[in-house]
Design a protein around this ligand. Structure first.
Ligand SMILES: Nc1ncnc2c1ncn2[C@@H]1O[C@H](COP(=O)(O)OP(=O)(O)OP(=O)(O)O)[C@@H](O)[C@H]1O
Ligand SMILES: [Mg+2]
Length: 352
């Protein structure tokens, strides 16, 4: 990385506890200007807690966070001037129209009335909401609300944007539209932290991914590094008759290299598909030759559950404690040199 990189979001040892629940347990984050960090984790991992601390809505119990070099605790107003937030639950007043919502945000930022109206019109046009501008936003679809919420986060031209699960609950088409909007923002130079429960989303949008569980990072790297670590696509068979699970298991063991998983109740067997479609075809030839009846067959991209299983040995719903330490799948050291693909366990790291 060049000497001109500038860390726009920086967190060190963030901790937050609610009663007995440790929501954040020493989280470190770095997001360089103009890049996208995907914070990936299951329900309750601590994503929203982290987002709220970065956005000055919540005080950490320990650690520090800086936005564009401004400490969130020392100068929260300064942080708010630089940062736009779009929350997990859209902060839209549903009795106001889309236009009124955005004008209100502009006024809260101290824009004169006329400037607030101009900015609202600009953003409504940009997010394809002009036709619905003067309808109460309670008549908006879920996708339209998320776009309006994101527009609200952009009113004051922030150069750092934090999006908490921007596409959760959206249908596939609205999700793709939201991805386009986000990519456009990033091309315009915005620095972005987004949280998500979808590996695919982090893969598409993020330059770097931090996987968190129980409030701390369990892996970090680029999407490619993570996928290399957890394996790529998987071939998945669902056999018609439970008695065939063992035979199908043997077929996958023969064709694929290891890591065959069987769910006997669901009659589902999966394995790494090293060569993608070629692996699938070879599996199908063998299944056919052995006359194993199938209900379903296909190639599947890794999901968050696959990531968790590979990294922690348990799935996202399992509450088993994590191994301490963190898997580094490609890391940037203090001097800025990238050590792609390096894998090792890291314990508490002190960075000045
Ligand atoms: N206000 C609160 N009071 C008590 N516990 C809380 C509070 N907010 C969060 N928690 C707990 O802290 C942990 C982290 O919650 P957080 O909302 O940050 O997770 P998340 O990763 O955003 O989850 P999700 O994917 O469901 O949005 C959870 O165990 C949650 O129950
Ligand atoms: Mg959340």
């Amino acid at each position: 990385m060049s000497a001109t990189t500038e860390t726009m979001i920086r967190a060190r040892g963030l901790r937050k506890q609610y009663g007995d629940v440790v929501a954040l347990d020493g989280l470190d984050l770095d997001v360089e200007r103009g890049t996208v960090l995907g914070l990936l984790g299951p329900n309750g991992a601590g994503k929203t807690t982290c987002v709220r601390i970065l956005a000055t809505l919540l005080d950490p119990d320990g650690g520090t966070a800086e936005i564009a070099g401004i400490d969130v605790r020392v100068d929260p107003d300064g942080v708010r001037r630089r940062l736009g937030l779009s929350g997990q639950y859209a902060a839209v007043d549903e009795y106001l129209t889309g236009f009124e919502n955005l004008v209100m945000v502009g006024r809260l930022y101290g824009f004169p009335r006329r400037r607030a109206r101009e900015r609202a019109d600009e953003l409504l046009a940009r997010f394809d909401l002009s036709d619905a501008a003067h309808r109460p936003s309670k008549t908006y679809s879920g996708g339209m609300r998320r776009r309006l919420d994101l527009a609200g986060a952009l009113v004051a031209h922030p150069d750092v944007l934090v999006l908490d699960e921007p596409t959760t609950g959206l249908d596939p088409r609205s999700r793709l539209e939201m991805w386009d909007v986000i990519r456009e923002l990033v091309q315009g130079g915005t620095t972005l932290l987004l949280t998500t429960q979808y590996l695919e989303e982090a893969d598409v949008l993020a330059d770097h991914i931090v996987v968190i569980d129980h409030g701390h990072a369990i892996a970090r790297g680029t999407a490619d590094e993570l996928k290399r670590e957890i394996g790529g696509e998987r071939v998945e068979l669902v056999v018609t008759h439970a008695v065939d699970v063992a035979r199908a298991h043997r077929v996958l063991e023969d064709v694929c290299d290891g890591d065959v998983r069987a769910d006997a109740i669901g009659r589902r067997i999966t394995a790494n598909a090293e060569s993608g479609p070629q692996t699938l075809m070879e599996v199908l030839r063998r299944v056919d030759a052995e006359a194993i009846a199938l209900d379903d067959v296909g190639l599947r991209r890794p999901t968050l559950d696959d990531v968790f299983l590979a990294l922690t040995g348990h799935d996202t719903s399992d509450d088993a404690p994590d191994p301490d330490g963190e898997l580094l799948v490609g890391t940037t050291d203090a001097a800025g040199a990238t050590e792609a693909g390096a894998i090792g366990h890291r314990h508490e790291e002190v960075t000045s």
